[in-house]
Design a protein around this ligand. Structure first.
Ligand code: PEP
Length: 251
């Protein structure tokens, strides 16, 4: 039986300017010995803060991640960042396929899969987001949608060392709504089953995060669900006062 170390990851989205560096410093200070013994912490700031936070994070053992990368290694792609550029900032991971990028930039599963390969080539861990829409949830199609996205958004060769999956129901992101614990457990069980069926026993080491309106008040319940190996946190990751108590659910 593989033991997976929990991961609480913060996605700052399009939030954060130089003034936010002090808040990140508070997150680093709060990641104390007791927390470090139990749970990994990661923050994905906007690209403008990647290099700075990577330096501030030195010594704290908090990992830094990009929020996206381009599938190509370089070229005429104005405004984009390659995975190598993300890695060059000192980041060790990159989020790919977040539902906001899928919606705002028309990202397909195939493109997400290509980004995962780009991330791996640059030595980054890919944090791959999948999740159903509100309509799909209401229609009872959640498992079908999630299984399909999982298949189509992942290239061959996934291991626990290079990939993390975040199940993020779109209707739960930033809404204050969350699925029932039963529903989260069912999806995570189905994801684990699908991963092991495709990638073999090594997929037991892949961490499966839940994301969508995780906050200090519900963290204990959600992070206690079988096969939930941590959380991807949006809004509540912006402040040490709300981010750290989520991680402390593991103490
Ligand atoms: C997210 O953006 O990945 C997310 C989970 O956001 P929130 O926690 O704010 O719902």
């Amino acid at each position: 039986m593989i033991k997976r170390r929990p991961l609480v990851a913060g996605n700052w989205k399009m939030n954060g300017v130089k003034a936010s560096i002090a808040e990140f410093g508070r997150i680093c200070e709060g990641y104390d010995h007791a927390l470090r013994a139990k749970v990994d912490l990661l923050v994905a700031p906007p690209a403008t803060l990647l290099s700075t936070l990577a330096v501030v994070a030195l010594g704290s053992r908090i990992a830094i991640a990009g929020q996206d990368c381009h599938p190509k290694p370089n070229g005429a792609h104005t405004g984009d960042l390659s995975a190598e550029m993300v890695a060059d900032t000192g980041a060790s991971a990159v989020i790919v396929g977040h539902s906001e990028r899928r919606a705002d930039h028309g990202e397909t599963d195939a493109r997400v899969s290509a980004k995962v390969e780009a991330a791996w080539s640059a030595g980054l861990t890919a944090i791959v987001c999948i999740g159903e829409s509100r309509d799909e949830h209401i229609a009872g199609r959640t498992l079908q949608v999630v299984r399909h996205q999982l298949t189509a958004s992942l290239p061959e060769g996934v291991t626990g060392a290079d990939t993390v999956i975040a199940y993020e129901p779109i209707w739960a992101i930033g809404t204050g709504l969350t699925p029932t614990t039963h529903d989260i457990a069912e999806v995570h069980k189905a994801m684990r089953h699908a991963l092991v069926a495709r990638f073999g026993a090594q997929a037991q080491a892949v961490r499966l995060l839940y994301g969508g309106s995780v906050k200090p008040e519900n963290a204990g319940e959600i992070l206690g669900i079988a096969d939930v190996d941590g959380a991807l946190v949006g809004g509540a990751s912006l402040k040490a006062d709300t981010f750290l108590p989520i991680a402390r659910a593991y103490l």
